[in-house]
Design a binder for this molecule. Structure first.
Ligand SMILES: Cc1ncc(COP(=O)(O)OP(=O)(O)O)c(N)n1
Ligand SMILES: Cc1nc(C(=O)O)sc1CCOP(=O)(O)O
Ligand SMILES: [Mg+2]
Length: 357
């Protein structure tokens, strides 16, 4: 016969309340440090809003506990943990370390809240569990934003090209784009057969290998993996970031097309390495029914710090409007790949992005 559940004795109850009291403070403090990092360190309004919401939701959950009970259980002077600290707690060498260690501290404290509240207030335990899962998603968005702001810091000009009529012409344009200061080249060809597409992707890889230009393959994770490209670009109806990552592995760039602010916010939390934002203007390369246009550029620039490339119909004539709307990274096809002199066209666009924030 199963043992009947005994209610916790007074000593266990006091221990649980003490643990809850300490964890509540640690979780709130940890989240506040993380919030200050995304606010002042990353300047990221989207992540700041998410952390602030988490902090408020934590505070509401904690209101389920009587503060009188928590305070009467508190006994800081007799707390054997107060004077214990590790070397790791004292040394912080950069902002990211401060953010990640405080996020970990908040996660551990949420786990403590979840476990000990099962003893004294089971109804609220699942809520702490949910908050802990939210913190993992936040961690992903925060770390990919931070890492890619650094990795793609200098990447301003991104050019999309097709596979050209033959391998020689393809090599030539890639070399011209690199010479013109293009930071990322994407192979985007919807009509080549798979073997030729793979050949071109391998060419792109080989030509860019000794340069600082990134090689990206559009749509096709399989081709990107086989060619050992730097990454892949996927649209809203294609493989997800998680699926692309499963094929390409960590360390490869995964870009996602976004056409609304919600899609941009989602891409950050999904762990995209950068986003395309568009269509900004009518395009000769691809037709669209709707144009989120410069309004979306403004929205993304106002709240997201993951590298974001405005795309769609961008030319030397209108690039200034994109910069004015707040994005200093653009992805371009026709105005560069279709120009008489792609190198010159790239140089001119690179020049108009110089000095933009
Ligand atoms: C940098 C960049 N941004 C957006 C796109 C468009 O991707 P998608 O929406 O999947 O459309 P197709 O390019 O596949 O037609 C892109 N390729 N690159
Ligand atoms: C392929 C593509 N995707 C877009 C998007 O908004 O997602 S705009 C676009 C076309 C980009 O070429 P061009 O610079 O010639 O307009
Ligand atoms: Mg696509």
């Amino acid at each position: 016969m199963p043992d009947e559940q005994q209610p916790p004795n007074a000593q266990s109850t006091i221990a649980a309340w003490r643990a809850i009291d300490a964890a509540a403070n640690r979780a709130a403090e940890g989240l506040r440090v993380v919030e200050d990092f995304v606010r002042f360190g990353l300047d990221d309004r989207h992540l700041t809003t998410l952390v602030k919401n988490m902090r408020h939701d934590l505070a509401s959950a904690l209101q389920q506990f009587s503060s009188e009970t928590l305070h009467s259980a508190r006994d800081t002077q007799a707390d054997v943990g107060v004077t214990l600290s590790t070397n790791g707690e004292q040394s912080r060498t950069n902002l990211t370390q401060i953010a990640t260690s405080n996020l970990k501290r908040a996660q551990q404290s949420l786990r403590t809240l979840e476990e000990f509240s099962k003893l004294v207030h089971p109804a609220v335990s699942a809520y702490f569990e949910q908050l802990r899962y939210r913190s993992y998603t936040l961690e992903k968005g925060l770390t990919t934003t931070q890492a890619n702001s650094e990795r793609l810091a200098g990447a301003r000009l991104y050019v999309l090209i097709d596979g050209c009529q033959n391998a020689e012409k393809f090599s030539q344009i890639v070399a011209e784009l690199i010479a013109g200061g293009v930071d990322i080249v994407q192979l985007r060809d919807k009509s080549l057969d798979d073997r030729t597409l793979l050949e071109r992707a391998r060419q792109l890889r080989e030509i860019t290998a000794a340069t600082s230009t990134f090689a990206i393959v559009n749509d096709r994770c399989d081709i990107a993996a086989l060619a050992d490209a730097d990454g892949v670009h996927v649209g809203q109806e294609e493989l997800s970031v998680k699926e692309a990552r499963a094929i390409l592995g960590v360390g490869k760039l995964i870009g996602v097309s976004t056409h609304s602010i919600d899609q941009a916010r989602r891409a950050v939390l999904d762990g995209a390495d950068y986003i395309g934002v568009g269509p900004t203007f009518p395009s000769q390369t691809k037709s669209f029914d709707q144009f989120p246009g410069l309004d979306l550029v403004r929205q993304v620039a106002g709240e997201i710090r993951l590298p974001a490339f405005a795309i769609g119909g961008i030319t030397l004539e209108n690039i200034g409007q994109v910069v004015e709307a707040g994005l200093s990274r653009v992805a371009v096809s026709g105005a560069i790949a279709g120009a008489n002199d792609p190198r010159e066209a790239a140089e001119a666009m690179r020049q108009s992005l110089r000095g933009a924030n």
